[in-house]
Design a protein around this ligand. Sequence first.
Ligand SMILES: C[S@@+](CC[C@H](N)C(=O)[O-])C[C@H]1O[C@@H](n2cnc3c(N)ncnc32)[C@H](O)[C@@H]1O
Length: 313
Amino acid sequence: MTSVKAMEKSFYKDVLTGLRSVPKRLEPKYLYDYRGSELFEEITKTPEYYPTRTEMRILKKELNSISDYIGDEAALIEFGSGSSEKIKFLLHHLKGIKEYVAIDISESFLLQSVEKLKKEHQHLYVHTVCADYTVPFSLPSLKAKKKVLFFPGSTIGNFDKQERKTFLNRMSTLLTKGDGFIIGVDLKKDEKLLHSAYNDAKQVTRAFNLNLLQRMNRELLANFMVENFEHKAFYNHEEGRIEMHIESLKEQLVTIGEEEISFQKGETIHTESSYKFSVQEFQNLAKEANFIPKKVWTDEENLFSVHYLEVKA
Ligand SMILES: C[S@@+](CC[C@H](N)C(=O)[O-])C[C@H]1O[C@@H](n2cnc3c(N)ncnc32)[C@H](O)[C@@H]1O
């Protein structure tokens, strides 16, 4: 498992590498320090951010069917558990979940969320794993015989082509016949709806994105003047993804520890992509990674999809 110290070290290294590359980019996982996790929770409550609401609606509507797929005695293993809100809902209604593994990179937010969950579900076996799921790590040994992986929130959309292939392949090696994988996938849709979801009126997404500059100031002794940068999010039609960037409003020099990074006016740091898929596109990806798509649930407006996958024998 990646230790927290090792993660801190790689943050510095990755920031320097990312900001020295052309174009500048940082991995989306770095958006999630404690403040970033809090802001993400706020984003999910904005009227423009349809994914969380819609995914929850699907889980509520399809509860019985989801319960049948999960079965009577399963361990649910959640990647990127955040506030664990979705699992709280499932735990409340599905008696077949006997054990829960919460995995997240945002350590103090993870510990706080799991503490709350444990109080509400005292008979559940709960494991807390602070890890970076983009690199292999070991899972705790489980009591339940059946494993069901849970990857909601369309976080799969944050990976580029190669990364999502690697991730899905790794997920399939964690499972054996009869296990399952529940994954939330955001669907292609009207670009205006997408645009406003990442440019909300209260500017919470802006604060979430710019928090990355503050995080580098706090943790890496950087001197970003946040007022000299702006949030920028748009749909890249060709790539089929929302891109989130931080744009430099002027030519400037920033110090990170002992290193200097220069910015041109208008130059951006690409901080997150959020790919959108059709049901068929996602199922094809799943099949390439040795999965059999068993079931897909969607909402009435076809905004979001939740898939149940099993591995090929
Ligand atoms: C888009 S949020 C989704 C949160 C929640 N699962 C939901 O559906 O609302 C992504 C979550 O994954 C976590 N995360 C992002 N990158 C990660 C990584 N590389 N390893 C582990 N957790 C990560 C974040 O801290 C955050 O809680």
